[in-house]
Every structure is written in structure tokens, then in C-alpha cells.
Design a protein around this ligand. Structure first.
Ligand SMILES: Cc1ncc(COP(=O)(O)O)c(C=O)c1O
Length: 381
């Protein structure tokens, strides 16, 4: 029987039911680098932690089940997962990407990726015509974030699959912003899904993690081979932390989302806020597409203040909310994309995207919404 998402958060597809030594309910942390062999040519199923570890395997099984994938590798960070994904492509491969990807993804594409002979075009993938126009004879994949980071553009995943089929491309989706609780790109035809597990999946701002899930059999073996070769695996202890975090993903995301809806509405009415970008607002241009492909709008809000000074003062005055990078955790964070997440994106590209000095991003946590509103109110006064 296929479990519902809330249950998958607890035990994936249930493969580990009753499987822990001594009946332990929580996953034991197998803090070991290596495993002894019962005999020559025999294995317990685990030989060396770089290649595989039981705590990590349980986590990978949970994420595989939540994303509806065939296999998932758990990596030391989201960027390690992005790097591993690039390693799967031959030099000369070209990618058509969402134009406002996470800045770290652009950085790895333009440095490590380029040095390996990969090339990248960045377009507004919420526009199918622009996406198609960017495809050339070397294009191998579409690389999408939806909603995008930080301007919340929504890309139609089913439309991307149609384009990918017409041009024999792979569809790769970074699903960090909504988490598998709210969106499953594989069910819309994605071939690979990435996560910064540092965000909603771990959920407590206490560890880095990343995931690369694949939905095609042909990638399972090459990915596992690369993973053990490159050595990008998540440690057993961090695997335990993320596994523990995922157990409450459903309840956290529900609370975060309900807080975010209230805060987005409040910000819209504030005299010092010029524009609010939240995919849960019916006037958001991507509202309908997001509703079609996701089970909610999530808890990421970007907004534009009336002046740069308001943005800076807000960042300095918040007390309960922290001025910090990252997102998806139980604590609410305010980020200055221009200086933080997108600081390495060339200024002319940033400005074209609207990532300017008056532009802020908020990751809404699970605090009481009245306290969050009171903090915003005093900081904007
Ligand atoms: C959408 C997205 N993808 C990937 C990453 C990279 O993840 P990590 O910071 O875990 O390396 C981030 C980090 O902010 C992100 O927001």
C-alpha cells in the first residue's frame, strides 16, 4: 500500500519497519567508517561508509519514497548534490536554466561546470517560447527552479516535459523551495530532482545536506558509482539529524505556510512595502500554474520596500526574526539576496532580475504569527 506523504515523512515506504537492531524505533547512528566482512567475497551489504552506510541508506529511502524516485543519494550539502549532477554530463553538454537560480548554482555552473566544458543559458523558464529558443544542438537538459529563488517565478513543469520530449532533453528540477511535501516534479516528468536538504528537509537550521534523486534506471548505477568515487556522502550523524527533521516536515510546512499566507497579506497592506512576491497570492502571475502542480504555496516570500534605507533598517531592527542566509527552518529568517545568496551573480544580471537594494526575502518559520507580525511592525515603524 502506498503511504500518504505525512506517513512517508515518518518511514518512507516502510522498508525499515521493524528493521532496526533491538527494535529501536529511531534510526541508530552507524558512526563507522568501515564494516567487517563475514568472509572472503561476503558482505553485510555495507563495506565502507563513503559508498554506503545504513543510517544514510534509511534517509535515502525516505527521500526516494517522498519524491517517487528510483534512487537518491544523500550528499554533504545541496551544492555537493548539484556538483554530482553536473558530473553525470559529458563535456560539451549545454543546459537551459531558469534565469534566477540560487546564486550558488550559477557560481558552480560558471566556474566548475565551464571548466569541464559545460555551457549554460539562462532564460525565464516561465515563458515556454523563451525556453525553446534557448535550446541548441548541444542542449542536454532543462534545469529548473520553481518557484525560483528569489523572485518566485513559477515554471510549468508539464510544459517543460513537453519541450524536453520534443528536443530529447532531460528535465532536472531543484525542488528545495517547496520540498517534497508540497511538490513532486517526478510526477510531472522530471528525470532528476535536487534538494538542498539544509532547508525544509532537515528543517532546524542545524546541518547541511543535499539530495539528488533520479527517476530513470539508466542513471542509478552511474550515479552510485560517481557518488562513491567523488566522496560527496552525508555523514552518519548528519543523516540521522535530517532523518529526524523529516519526521516533522508535514506539520512544520503546514504551519510555515499558514504563517506565510498571513504575513504576505499583511506586507501587501503596509505603506512601506511596494510589492510582495508570494505564489500563494491569487494576483501572483504563477498562482494558477503553482496550484496545478503543487499542493501549496510554501513559506518563501520576497518583497520590495519603498527605499533601500527601509530594507537596511528592517534588517538591522528585527529581533525575533534573524538577518541570515538560508531558508526552510523553524526559525524565521530575513535575507538580503543582493549581498548574500546572489552576491556572486553579476550586477547587470541581478538588476535585470530585480534583485536590487530594496529587495528582501523572508523564510517564514513556525513561531506564532502574531509575534512575527509584531517584530516586522516595530522594525518597519
Ligand atoms: C534552491 C537552492 N538550491 C541549492 C542550494 C545549495 O544548498 P546548500 O546550501 O545546502 O549547499 C540552496 C542554498 O541556499 C538553494 O536555496
Amino acid at each position: 500500500m502506498a503511504y500518504k506523504m505525512e506517513t512517508k515523512c515518518i518511514c518512507g515506504d516502510g522498508k525499515n519497519d521493524g528493521g532496526h537492531p533491538f527494535g529501536a524505533i529511531a534510526a541508530p547512528i552507524f558512526q563507522t567508517a568501515t564494516f567487517s566482512h563475514p568472509g572472503i567475497g561476503k558482505s553485510t551489504g555495507y563495506d565502507y561508509t563513503r559508498a554506503g552506510n545504513p543510517t544514510r541508506a534509511e534517509l535515502e529511502q525516505v527521500v526516494t519514497s517522498m519524491e517517487g524516485a528510483l534512487d537518491t543519494v544523500a550528499c554533504a550539502s545541496g551544492m555537493a548534490a548539484v556538483g554530482l549532477c553536473l558530473e553525470l554530463f559529458e563535456p560539451g553538454s549545454h543546459f537551459v536554466c531558469s534565469e534566477d537560480l540560487y546564486g550558488g548554482s550559477v557560481r558552480i555552473f560558471e566556474t566548475v561546470g565551464k571548466a569541464r566544458g559545460l555551457t549554460f543559458s539562462y532564460v525565464n523558464t516561465s515563458r515556454e517560447d523563451l525556453t525553446e529558443q534557448a535550446i541548441n544542438e548541444r542542449t542536454k537538459a532543462l534545469y529548473i527552479e520553481t518557484p525560483s529563488n528569489p523572485t518566485m517565478e513559477v515554471t510549468d513543469l508539464a510544459a517543460m516535459r513537453r519541450i524536453a520530449d520534443q528536443h530529447h532533453l532531460l528535465l532536472i528540477v531543484d525542488n528545495t523551495f517547496l520540498s517534497p511535501y508540497l511538490q513532486n516534479p517526478i510526477s510531472f516528468g522530471a528525470d532528476m530532482v535536487l534538494h538542498s536538504g539544509t532547508k525544509f528537509l532537515s528543517g532546524h537550521n542545524d546541518t547541511l545536506a543535499g539530495f539528488l534523486s533520479v527517476a530513470r534506471e539508466e542513471f542509478v548505477k552511474p550515479l552510485r558509482y560517481l557518488y562513491k568515487t567523488v566522496g560527496s556522502g552525508l555523514s552518519p550523524f548528519d543523516s540521522y539529524l535530517v532523518l529526524r527533521g523529516i519526521k516533522t516536515l508535514a506539520v512544520r510546512v503546514e504551519r510555515q505556510q499558514s504563517n506565510a499566507g498571513i504575513i504576505a497579506g499583511w506586507l501587501q497592506k503596509h505603506r512601506k512595502i511596494k510589492q510582495v512576491y508570494y505564489v500563494g497570492l491569487p494576483e501572483h502571475p504563477g498562482y494558477e500554474v503553482n496550484q496545478k502542480q503543487a499542493r501549496g504555496a510554501g513559506s518563501m516570500i520576497s518583497f520590495r520596500t519603498d527605499t533601500e534605507e527601509t530594507a537596511r533598517t528592517l534588517l538591522e531592527r528585527v529581533k525575533l526574526i534573524s538577518f541570515a542566509e538560508s531558508l526552510g527552518g523553524v526559525e524565521s529568517l530575513l535575507t538580503y539576496p543582493m549581498l548574500q545568496t546572489h552576491g556572486d551573480v553579476p550586477v547587470q544580471i541581478r538588476e535585470k532580475l530585480g534583485i536590487t537594494a530594496d529587495f528582501l526575502r523572508m523564510s517564514v518559520g513556525i513561531e506564532h504569527v502574531d509575534d512575527l507580525l509584531a517584530d516586522l511592525e516595530q522594525a518597519l515603524a
